[in-house]
Design a protein around this ligand. Structure first.
Ligand SMILES: O=P(O)(O)OC[C@H](O)CO
Length: 412
């Protein structure tokens, strides 16, 4: 049996999905065995993969989060394009079957598909209906705009319905990258870096500043509670501490498992942002394959990706985890099954992604070493939330330091 190692960053319900899919694949044939290994958060998994590659012991498959895409694309020779691997398994990668925004995100400019879109997401607003009820808020109509979210958060806090009104995972991915796309605001020059590596960050403009200043103000009395840089805030929401929660659609599994009486709303936007709500950009992660393995091993990887591409698997992954159905067939099959009629809010993340053709502000975000830029942004946000600086200072610093890091990375 040829073993195929799969490093990933999935916890809780999403880890169960990884384990189940691996087991099902392993039981479906006898030549290959996929061995999933949890390597920590997304940034930790990426760092572990880079270190392992340098030590000449990389796994076969590594799950890399959205913003690691640029890092992997730059690692010429270290990775093997998914399109090539599938053709080794005698299969062609049919891009027309995948959701358009997702394929574009994981392809080279010449159109070659580089990684396998395993778990794509869109951020949504989750809310705790029991807390809403206690606070006298409408349990069937969650707030739609950011001013409404902040009002509801204050009401939750002042009414004593919960100790905190609002929390969020990923202030970078949700608060900057998707905030920009959804409100049709520029995050950086050259279509947010997609057009050139020599691009600049520009997210220290008034709408971003106003948004983060409100969050900083709400943090003073705990109306906003900060969880951490990645998905940590999910535990705060699951514990029933906060009534409102912005998080990936892929955070759904743990919320369902907790038994909470929850609801899902669209990602909030600013009514005075022109064109908002626009469209969200794909988050989550894709599966990259390292170079230097044997043909037999690559055939195993191809077989596993073929297995994952099946409509039945894709539909289940979407329905159980909250991640997007990455193939059109899986989306259509889910529709045809009546799933969205029963669970209308579960279609929200897809509608957010596909509802409008993207503008220059909403095609995606790609900067050289974006994970490092996010670290800088998080450092500045944390100082802001600790009351050490204003939102204007935090965003100005994040832009200045980020632009310096970009110039250094491209060798200027
Ligand atoms: O929680 P996920 O898997 O949807 O990922 C969220 C962000 O895209 C990570 O950068």
């Amino acid at each position: 049996v040829t073993e195929i190692s799969w490093w990933h960053a999935m916890t809780g319900a999403n880890n169960e999905v990884v384990e189940t899919l691996s087991k099902e694949f392993n039981e479906s044939q006898s030549e290959y065995k996929v061995v999933p290994v949890f390597k920590g958060t997304y940034p930790e998994t990426l760092n572990a993969g880079i270190a392992a590659f340098r030590a000449k012991q990389p796994p076969h498959i590594m799950q890399v989060f959205d913003v690691g895409t640029g890092v992997m694309m730059g690692a010429e020779g270290a990775v093997k394009p998914v399109a090539e691997i599938l053709s080794m398994g005698g299969k062609a990668f049919d891009k027309s079957q995948y959701l358009p925004g997702i394929v574009a995100y994981y392809s080279k400019p010449d159109g070659t598909m580089l990684s396998f879109p395993y778990n794509s997401s869109s951020p949504v607003l989750y809310y705790n209906k029991d807390i809403f009820q206690k606070a006298g808020l409408d349990t069937e109509n969650p707030p739609k705009t950011w001013p409404e979210v902040f009002e509801a958060a204050k009401k939750i806090k002042t009414s004593g319905a919960a100790s905190c009104g609002y929390t969020s995972t990923w202030l970078t991915w949700i608060g900057l990258e998707n905030f920009a796309a959804w409100n049709n605001l520029q995050y950086g020059t050259n279509e947010n870096g997609l057009g050139s590596t020599d691009s600049q960050l520009t997210f220290n403009t008034p709408m971003f500043v106003n948004h983060f200043q409100q969050i900083a103000d709400l943090a003073k009395d705990g109306t906003f509670k900060y969880g951490g840089r990645t998905s940590e805030a999910k535990q705060i929401f699951l514990a029933g501490e906060c009534g409102l929660f912005t998080e990936s659609s892929g955070g759904l599994g743990d919320i369902v498992k907790s038994g909470m009486n929850y609801g899902i709303g669209q990602l909030p936007y600013y009514p005075d942002a022109e064109g908002a709500p626009q469209n969200t950009i794909p988050g989550g992660a894709s599966l990259w394959v390292f170079g230097g393995k044997s043909d037999e091993e690559y055939k195993g990887v191809a077989a596993f990706f073929e297995f994952l591409s099946q409509t039945e698997i894709q539909s289940r992954l979407h329905q159980v985890s909250g991640y997007l159905p990455v193939t059109m067939a899986a989306y259509e099959a889910t529709k045809a099954s009546g799933f969205y009629e029963k669970n209308p809010a579960r279609e929200i993340p897809i509608q957010q992604m596909l509802g409008k053709a993207p503008t220059a502000n909403s095609k995606g975000v790609r900067f050289i070493n974006l994970p490092q830029l996010r670290d800088i942004q998080n450092e500045e946000f944390e100082k802001m939330l600790a009351g050490e600086q204003t939102a204007q200072q935090a965003l100005d610093n994040a832009v200045t330091r980020g632009n310096a890091a970009i110039q250094e990375a491209i060798g200027n």
